[in-house]
Design a protein around this ligand. Structure first.
Ligand code: 5MM
Length: 331
């Protein structure tokens, strides 16, 4: 399999993870975003989903800590109040627009209770359109879990195949793939079990990406941190999480990967930031940063609650969470 290496692609990938900046995951699908708005007492209309994303991206000096923002299809096609499309507005503000290109999960035949992430049909055509709309990178999330024999080898293989094919299609079109093999934290498993499952997942993924000729220097990996299960009796210290996470990544991923941007996976904002800070204190061959969704935006949504008079409060909450995760801004 031939590898396509392009300097602009690698530069974009480096810019996404460089200088301590990270990625804001604001790509909740219409269904998920609507539920989150309802949870905050906001009517889940198309306009409110737009207004909420505008609040996020127009936060003053967001670009000091955020290199790129991931959107779903709906937001990528929407505009800011001043008429600029989200990708145009983001570029003017010094950030890159990303697009979630998977279409969600479906039960995986032959793997009881496990899922396959879909979205490969027509992907090349959609990606070409997204490039035209101003996207610079693209995300695909595989969802795996631990317990009762999961993740099965079959689920790992099927999802790695989809991730590798998506990543290759994106690189061929000039979009940086942000490759997300998420192992959910739900369960009472130990950190050692998470390390083993994450190691198997990443080893399968790395082999499949190489088979597909995906250029590691032109992609970003978006993994879970290696933690104990959310309902485990004993939770790890940030130092334990950092050691387990970095050891697992070092054992499986190529050293020329552009960077690693972690998901927050339902951790509190404080825990996710403390774990990321500990990871960053360890020596790694690639830059490490965040691609958090909930850990960055939950306080902002709670502060805004759909009130036009509270936009500044929502933005202040987001700015605070970004500062917590960007070493050069904190303090
Ligand atoms: C923001 O949520 C993303 C998409 O969710 P759905 O498609 O399920 O609505 C999600 O992929 C997100 O980018 C990652 O899971 C990371 O988010 P967290 O909140 O775990 O950091």
């Amino acid at each position: 399999m031939t590898t396509t290496t392009s300097t602009p692609l690698r530069e974009t990938a480096r810019a996404l993870v460089g200088a301590g900046r990270g990625i804001l995951a604001a790509d909740e699908s219409v269904g998920t975003m609507s539920k989150r708005l309802q949870g905050a007492g906001v009517e889940p209309t198309q306009e409110n989903r737009r207004a909420y994303r505008e609040l996020l991206v127009t936060t003053e000096r967001l670009a000091d800590g955020v290199s790129g923002v991931i959107f779903c299809d709906e937001t990528l096609r929407q505009s800011l109040a001043d008429g600029r499309t989200f990708p145009r507005g983001l570029a003017d503000l010094g950030m890159m627009a990303g697009i979630k290109v998977d279409t969600g999960t479906t039960p995986l035949a032959g793997a009881d209770g496990e899922t396959l992430t879909e979205g490969l049909d027509g992907l090349a055509g959609r990606v070409a359109e997204y490039v035209g709309l101003g996207a610079r990178f693209a995300k695909w999330r595989a969802v795996l879990s631990i317990g009762d024999g999961r993740p099965s080898s079959w689920a790992l293989l099927a999802n790695a195949h989809a991730l590798a094919l998506y990543a290759r299609v994106c690189q061929d079109a000039g979009l940086v793939p942000v490759v997300e093999p998420e192992i959910l934290s739900e369960g009472a498993h130990t950190v050692h079990e998470t390390a083993a499952a994450t190691g198997r997942t990443l080893a399968t993924l790395a082999r499949t990406l190489a088979d597909a000729g995906v250029d590691p220097a032109g992609m970003v990996l978006k993994p879970n941190m290696v933690t104990a299960g959310a309902s485990a009796g004993r939770q790890c210290t940030p130092e334990e999480v950092a050691r387990a996470t970095v050891d697992t990544l070092r054992a499986t991923m190529p050293t020329d990967l552009a960077g690693v941007a972690f998901l927050s996976g339902g951790q509190s904002s404080e825990t996710a930031a403390a774990n990321l800070a500990a990871i960053r204190r360890l020596d790694t061959p690639w830059p490490t940063t965040f691609s958090f969704g909930r850990a960055l935006v939950s306080p902002a949504l709670g502060a805004w609650r759909g009130d036009t008079g509270a936009v500044a409060d929502g933005q202040a909450a987001l700015a605070g969470e970004v500062r917590r995760n960007v070493p050069v801004l904190s303090g």
